[in-house]
Design a protein around this ligand. Sequence first.
Ligand code: S3P
Ligand code: PEP
Length: 438
Amino acid sequence: MALNPAETALWPAPHASGAVDATVHVPGSKSVTNRALVLAALASEPGWLRRPLRSRDTLLMAAALREMGVGIEEGVGPDGTGETWRVLPAGLRGPATVNVGNAGTVMRFLPPVAALADGPVRFDGDPRSYERPLNGVIDALRVLGARIDDDGRGALPLTVHGGGALDGGPVEIDASSSSQFVSALLLSGPRFNQGVEVRHVGASLPSLPHIRMTVDMLRAVGAQVDTPESGGEPNVWRVTPGALLGRDLTIEPDLSNAQPFLAAALVTGGKVVIPDWPARTTQPGDKLREIFTEMGGSCELTEYGLVFTGSGAIHGIDVDLSEVGELTPGIAAVAALADSPSTLRGVAHLRLHETDRLAALTKEINELGGDVTETADGLHIRPRTLHGGTFHTYEDHRMATAGAIIGLAVEGVQIENVATTAKTLPDFPELWTGMLGA
Ligand SMILES: O=C(O)C1=C[C@@H](OP(=O)(O)O)[C@@H](O)[C@H](O)C1
Ligand SMILES: C=C(OP(=O)(O)O)C(=O)O
């Protein structure tokens, strides 16, 4: 496929001339917004999303739900403050066509919704979406009573022949390649005739906080969910059938998208404040308070938000990132600038994310003079003096932000296709230059 000019364009990553000192308002969480849209669409009454993320992944989710008959009105809230979306659930309908782009949440969360539609729903997406695993969702839906036409690879493209309802019941899946398989089945589970009982039988299960996020958000709209943590069997989640409530939900800032800004404080020995950092959250980005503190910073969580301060020193880290895999690119970027080596473990499944993130990070950091090697499940990073050059991004938003972090400390880094940050953070270049006072 020919790349358009935006994809080939190079963005000179700003070099920081001194310590940053900024307050950065980070837009809403992708993971929370897309779960909230699905749950509101499946509810038995209208609901509101306040401060939703407006990005490629969330607009694809909204467009897909609209295709299936759901009303989503974008506007300002009833009290006139901030962007608010009103979701009007309706009988889900096919025929419909869903473009998933390269959004894991759309390609995994919507086939179970489509199984409830009253006709065929065709799923297609970016070339990369054909390579990302979907077998856990496809196989499980068949066991639960759905009819699906695919090409047998356990991936897109496919058609779900919605029958207006789904039996549901018990199902075993191997979700070692993506936690989103579990989340997908649980989110629609209350609307299946028998609910759903998901038993994970694989060797490992990544991104557990994201499964907790699914469970918390289901409970917040009235669903009954039994989990391993609430006294149930290990690796088993059970959702009881029942109606879902329409809620008025304010979306938290995306803490994984706060990562590059916190990293800027760490890398420049400066200070960054992120307003509205939640006191309690299931977002994996909350782990950054611990990880970036170990890497040399310090933080204070106040009523206003998170105040994160760098000390001027950046330390390497040995850390298992299996629960917080999406933080890996940003941590790798900081580790490449540290005063000691790092080992990032537990993230083999990143090979099947937006791009093969382990290969991409290794290649791009090494091309700037770094010393990174891939392991079976992660990266070894030995800091070296880096030089400028082109940082390729492979249509991966987190590769682009990782390159920008390195560019703060290394002159002459050019990020290819910074526009790819639109997947979850369309305003990234403006927020970044704003933070630097440019
Ligand atoms: O459920 C979610 O919102 C997500 C789950 C994780 O997926 P994997 O378990 O596939 O890593 C994460 O990496 C992704 O960015 C968002
Ligand atoms: C893995 C990610 O996204 P997706 O939701 O497409 O899986 C990510 O945002 O880092």
